[in-house]
Design a protein around this ligand. Sequence first.
Ligand code: ATP
Ligand code: MG
Length: 216
Amino acid sequence: MTSQRRVGLMGGTFDPIHHGHLVAAEEARWQFHLDEVVFVPTGQPWQKPVGVSAAEDRHRMTAIATASNPAFGVSRIEIDHPGPTYTVDTLRRLRAGLGGHTRLYFITGADAVLHILTWKDGEEVLALAELIAATRPGFDLSKLAERIPGARERLHPMEIPMLAISSTQIRARVARGAPIRYLVPEGVVRYVAEHGLYRPEPAEPCRDRLSREAGS
Ligand code: ATP
Ligand code: MG
């Protein structure tokens, strides 16, 4: 008998990846005996089409952050897909490539699971992969099972050590010059600094002046 491989997928914008994402992925690996957790940075997210960092930057930061964990990997499946990508399409394509011996788990935070299951494709998402819903400060999962009929066997709430960190907050901190050390891995702190990510745009008159000077 072939033993089933258990693969977790952690989807996200990862703009940037932070310790909340990593704790959720590692806890899922341990609690659900996953052989592997694959991080899937989004291509052009339709939920946040404006102001999202370049896919290559987000992919590189995710690779840097996950490099030290042998059970973690990063997929380009959404990044290399032109146009907006939907979780259900990604799961369909992954499912087709994996064959029957893989048990797929889609790992999300409590905020994201509420969205996924209220989309029109929520049922198909659940058919393609089981969902692991990590606790996240400010989001209550207790009523979820009642709201989604048939989800009982395929939706697994997961308690994790709560880290009140969000990428939005990290970007805002960088923009105002606040430290992000210990909120994201060291390599990500360096990447953000070296590539000047999340810094406020120079004000219009200054930009005009610079381009005038560059042109003269
Ligand atoms: P943003 O503030 O830009 O929305 P984010 O911090 O929510 O960023 P995402 O890339 O949107 O990060 O999230 C990817 C996945 O990780 C989602 O399923 C989200 O619920 C989950 N997640 C994000 N932060 C945490 C956290 N602190 N604890 C648990 N899960 C989290
Ligand atoms: Mg989010």
